[in-house]
Design a protein around this ligand. Structure first.
Ligand code: HEC
Ligand code: HEC
Length: 207
């Protein structure tokens, strides 16, 4: 399928869901919950990969629950522009921009982050805790980052996803040339790949 076809298919699904949800709502068949939150119909397609309420069940997909809106928006813009290259996300990012990124970001920001179900070793977490001294200046001692500086919350994210992103920063193929990421990437270049596994385990274990 071309990107255009995928976009059309997604838009059709979203319209269908809007219709279904309004019917269900009219008969009063659903109890209060995440599906009743504003924006739910627009995020339904996301849950296939990112999990219900944006809590990822897999090791490779990030959780979106509790993501800071400005960080979320920057990532969507970078995917849509092909700067943060991802064949999976690019068409969805373009769709999000059409549907309204602020409402969708607001939906995920309002969901509470459940920790990843992927298990990590205690030894790796302890090694990661030591190595994380280099990260606290931006990500904080609690790993929650800083919404105002577009530094994301790493806590409870799947370890495989965190490790993969560190490798991408190191190779400068996530948003290459972005001046805001120069310090982060320079740091990643000094860190051996094995240590990324430990850092990923540590941040994934934080609550
Ligand atoms: C086909 C699977 C799939 C679907 C559907 C999908 N995503 Fe993603 N998403 C991914 C993958 C894979 C990544 C990580 C890509 C990378 O390595 O940069 C990702 C990453 C993201 C990120 C970056 C998270 C971070 O912490 O930086 C955001 C934001 C995001 N997706 C939003 C959405 C939204 C909103 C939707 C629904 C409109 C959606 N995604 C639908 C697969 C998907
Ligand atoms: C100079 C500030 C800075 C330092 C130091 C830093 N980071 Fe980050 N980190 C950021 C910013 C900013 C982003 C968001 C990047 C973007 O906008 O694409 C980020 C993103 C990330 C991500 C991707 C999260 C996601 O949801 O996609 C991971 C993983 C990460 N950092 C891990 C670390 C680790 C581990 C360390 C220490 C070894 C570290 N960072 C040190 C600023 C920093």
């Amino acid at each position: 399928m071309t990107t255009r076809h995928r976009l059309i298919a997604c838009a059709a699904l979203v319209l269908f869901l809007l219709a279904v949800l309004s019917t269900v709502g009219a008969t009063g068949a659903v109890a209060g919950g995440p599906v009743d939150m504003p924006g739910f119909a627009k995020v339904f397609t996301c849950t296939a990969c990112h999990g219900a309420s944006g809590n990822s069940p897999s090791d490779s997909m990030p959780s979106l629950s509790g993501a800071y809106p400005a960080y979320f928006k920057k990532q969507i813009q970078d995917y849509a522009a092909g700067k943060r290259s991802s064949p999976e996300m690019e068409p969805y990012a373009k769709m999000v921009l059409l549907l309204g990124v602020d409402e969708i970001a607001g939906y995920f920001a309002g969901q509470s982050r459940q920790p990843s179900p992927i298990k990590v070793s205690v030894a790796a977490v302890e090694r990661g805790r030591t190595a994380s001294a280099q990260c606290v200046i931006c990500h904080g001692t609690d790993g929650r980052g800083d919404p105002a500086k577009l530094v994301p919350n790493l806590t409870g994210q799947p370890p495989g996803y965190l490790r993969e992103q560190m490798l991408r920063f190191k190779a400068d193929n996530r948003s290459p040339g972005d001046p805001a990421l120069a310090a982060l990437k320079a740091l990643m270049k000094t860190i051996p790949d094995e240590t990324f596994t430990d850092l990923a385990a540590y941040y994934s274990s934080l609550r």
